[in-house]
Every structure is written in C-alpha cells, then in structure tokens.
Design a protein around this ligand. Structure first.
Ligand code: NDP
Ligand code: 8X3
Length: 252
C-alpha cells in the first residue's frame, strides 16, 4: 500500500494528462500513467524516477484496462484520484459528410473507455473513501452545438450526465465526483482530429491565447485539494478569448 497519494490518469502521454502527471509527480504524488504510446510513458518514468507507474492501456479494449488495473503494484494503490481524461475527436465534417468508423472509435474511447476504466478503478478509489476524487473530462462541446461537433459533442454530453449519475450511485462513499469541461485548449487534440495535421494544430492556436494543459493540471490539483466535504459537480472552463456563443438564427 502506498504511503503517498496515488492518481490514476488516462491519456497521460500528451496534453492535459501529461501536464497533470507532471504536476502531481512534482508534488509528491504517485502517478499511474496510462495510454497506448509506451515510449512517452517511459519518458515520464525517466523524468520522475520512482513516482510513475507506466501502464500501456487502450481505452477501446476492456481487457487491456482490466489487465492494467489488476497489475498495479501495491505501492500504486489504493487510488486517491481517478482522472478520466483520455479521449479524442475524429473528423470535422457536418452530417452527412461523416465517417461512421470514426464515430464508433469516439464512442468506444470517450464513452465505453471511460465506463470500463471507472468500473475497474472504482473499488480502489472506494478503498480511500472520504477525500478521494473522480474527475471526468467532458467538454464545452457537450454543452454547446457547433458544426461538425456531432458525435464528439454527444460523447462529451454523455460524460457530463454519467458524472452526475455516478455521483448519485456512489453517494455515501465519500468520493467527490466532478465533470471538468474545458473549452479551446492547446494540445495534440486538433492534430489527432485532423488525422495528423500538425500544421492545422499550430494554426488553431496561433492567433489566440488558448487554455494550456498546465491550466487543466492546476484545476485538477485545486479540485483534489479542496476540503473533503466539498464536491464541485461541474466546471466549465474557457480561455478569456472564447465566449459561449449565441445560437445562429438563419434568415428565411
Ligand atoms: P491530446 O490528443 O493531447 O491527448 C489525448 C490523450 O488521450 C493521449 O494521451 C492519448 O494517448 C489518449 N488516448 C486517446 N485515445 C486513446 C485510447 N484508445 N486508449 C488510451 N488512451 C487514448 O488531447 P487533450 O489533452 O486535449 O485531450 C484530453 C481530453 O480532453 C480528451 O478527452 C479531449 O476530448 C478533452 N478535451 C480537449 C479539449 C481541447 O481543446 N484540447 C477541450 C475539451 C476537452 P495515446 O494516444 O498514447 O493512447
Ligand atoms: C474540445 C473543444 O470546442 O474543440 O473538446 O470541441 S472543441
């Protein structure tokens, strides 16, 4: 059993997850860092020797999630915080200019992956009880419609409602449960969405001031360090350069 608190992070190889791994490892936490890219997990281990347990895990593959959780060393459990962050958008087309294989991958990753991880890790969070947290990454795309948001936004709306319902089902365990819903943020998100167009990724953030992965890491750090009786149900967070938009009204 670990003497340091443990955070279990999905999607620790990039963006929000990598920044959160660094924030927590630099502040005395042990980090279970998961994702598909082994070399990036190994780089985190080299950066914070002894503090990171790397677990290669594919969110679309329940068996790999269960195996990663079953193989956790004793000093990386129980789990004080589960950060359900791993996920992706694929495609920018409006219906019907879409690819149902991409839709299926988003559902399997953002919805089924989050469900399977939650079910696998929940007993380890329950073992901590009071003061523990589950933080699920939704998106403003789950609250506001935009052209091409279609199934990506719907998976994130799922995350928000699942978070509220999970909280209801785990009432009495002491676990705090939050939906963290960021807006425009710089990471590899757009490169992934566009099938590897890193130029598009750079352009997306070139003439504005997006949220940074470190801003999300700070928010997660703030959440887990709140007094044990405080539950923040949801956080909608945007950069100052972005505002919630008014619905578009088309002229007849
Ligand atoms: P990145 O693309 O930089 O990071 C995504 C992470 O998710 C990677 O570590 C990746 O790991 C992991 N991931 C994706 N698919 C899988 C899979 N099948 N199995 C395991 N891990 C997977 O993007 P962000 O950091 O921006 O994204 C993090 C979360 O934030 C996502 O859920 C995203 O939807 C959400 N979000 C992002 C916003 C933004 O503007 N950037 C805004 C709002 C929400 P690997 O590829 O190694 O498996
Ligand atoms: C990512 C935010 O607005 O690019 O979840 O879809 S957005």
């Amino acid at each position: 059993m670990s003497l340091s608190p443990v955070i279990f992070i999905t999607g620790a190889t990039s963006g929000f997850g990598a920044a959160t791994a660094r924030k927590f490892a630099s502040n005395g936490w042990k980090v279970v860092a998961t994702g598909r890219r082994r070399e990036r997990l190994d780089a985190l281990v080299d950066e914070f020797p002894g503090s990171i347990h790397p677990a290669v895990m594919d969110l679309t593959d329940k068996a790999s999630i269960d195996a990663a959780v079953a193989a956790l060393p004793d000093d990386f459990k129980p789990v004080t915080c589960l950060f359900n962050n791993g996920g992706l958008a694929l495609g920018t087309g409006a219906i019907p200019d879409i690819d149902t294989d991409q839709w299926r991958t988003m559902i399997e990753t953002n919805v089924m992956g989050l469900i399977h991880t939650t079910l696998a890790v929940l007993p380890l969070v329950k073992a901590v009880g009071r003061g523990s947290s589950i933080i699920n990454v939704g998106s403003i795309a789950g609250r506001f419609a935009y052209t091409g948001g279609n199934v990506y936004g719907a998976t994130k709306a799922f995350v928000s409602q699942f978070t509220a319902n999970l909280r209801t089902d785990t009432m009495g365990t002491g676990i705090r449960i939050t939906a963290l819903e960021p807006g425009h943020a710089k990471s590899e998100f757009t490169a992934v969405r566009t099938g590897g167009d890193f130029e598009a990724n750079e352009k997306m953030y070139a003439d504005n001031e997006p949220l940074l992965p470190e801003d999300i890491a700070e928010t997660v750090w703030w959440l887990v360090n709140l007094p044990a009786h405080v539950n923040v149900n949801a956080i909608e967070i945007m950069p100052v350069c972005q505002v919630p938009t008014r619905p578009v009204i088309l002229k007849k």
